[in-house]
Design a protein around this ligand. Sequence first.
Ligand code: ADP
Ligand code: MG
Length: 373
Amino acid sequence: MTAGGPVTAGEGVRLLQPGRAPAPGREPLVLGIETSCDETGVGLVRGTTLLADAVASSVEEHARFGGVVPEVASRAHLEAVVPTIRRACEDAGVTLADVDAVAVTAGPGLAGALLVGVGAAKALAWALEVPLYGVNHLDAHVAVCVLDGGPMPTPCAALLVSGGHTSLLHVVDIASDVRLLGETVDDAAGEAFDKTARLLGLPYPGGPSIDAAAREGDPTAIAFPRGLTSGRDLARHRFDFSFSGLKTAVARWVAACEASGRPVPVADVAASFQEAVADVLTRKAVDACRAHGLEHLMLGGGVSANGRLRELLAERCAEAGVALRVPRLRLCTDNGAMVAALGAQVVARGLPPSGPGLGGDSSLPVETVLVGG
Ligand code: ADP
Ligand code: MG
């Protein structure tokens, strides 16, 4: 298995034909499977209505390593995927025979973890004789917005902030036309939260720990740097992000504090760090809306659960006359509902299903919403 390249989940599966038509007057029922990292997620969505969102997480198995261990994640997916599919069906009060299409995360993500989901989805679609759609995990984080507010107002901008990615997108159509405006040139926002939390001795995953610690701190206590926001850096990287300088600045500040024998004011450092991240993300997102004449902004990805980011983005969007949509907290981090939501959008457009050669692509670009195969 090669890192970064396509991974094939087994050849010889016959081309899946579009399945039977759903009952008259009913939109198709789409089952979505997510296994790109450490969450095994299965969602059921009809149109833009969420019927079930079952998630089994292996996060506790990784906590003592301070990050996700790919092999541990793959094995956990193998054990969890069938029970999670069952649980989603029970929660929605449907049987597998009611499913009209299967959608699955085809990338980006951990190669072995993707393989488990794609393999399960292929088997399921083949057995049920319904079409299979391999979709992009990043676009699914954005598409989840349709479950809280209905069809996406397009064109729109999207700010995607997760553990592995930080991007600004111009969404012309969430099922078929997503354009990259800018992205991080080094660490992702979530990665910065995780690394900074470790530095402060806060538990993994770092985002929720910093979010909680910051509530007791002063966000103006320390003026941490805002990467790529001024001078030539800004001119060259108007919609790009950089968080590794911020992480280093926090490390230096903490080391200087310890060297002087003073206790580290964890809450103040957490609040000031979080403020720097939220400030840059929100400033650039609103600037992108203005520059591209986009009146709507979607927020997505694990970091969109961050309280300060949600608050500051709401404030700045209101000032700029941009309509903001944020997912409910439970749908920010990885889940199967977002995959089903994007699958339902793809089905609604009548796009062709993925072919029998569908595999996982650990570095699938955000512009590839639907994978052929
Ligand atoms: P992935 O990056 O694998 O797609 P997610 O989209 O679920 O995973 O994002 C996980 C990231 O979100 C982690 O880096 C985590 O620390 C971060 N995160 C989760 N909740 C919060 C929060 N409340 N504040 C900031 N970051 C958060
Ligand atoms: Mg994610």
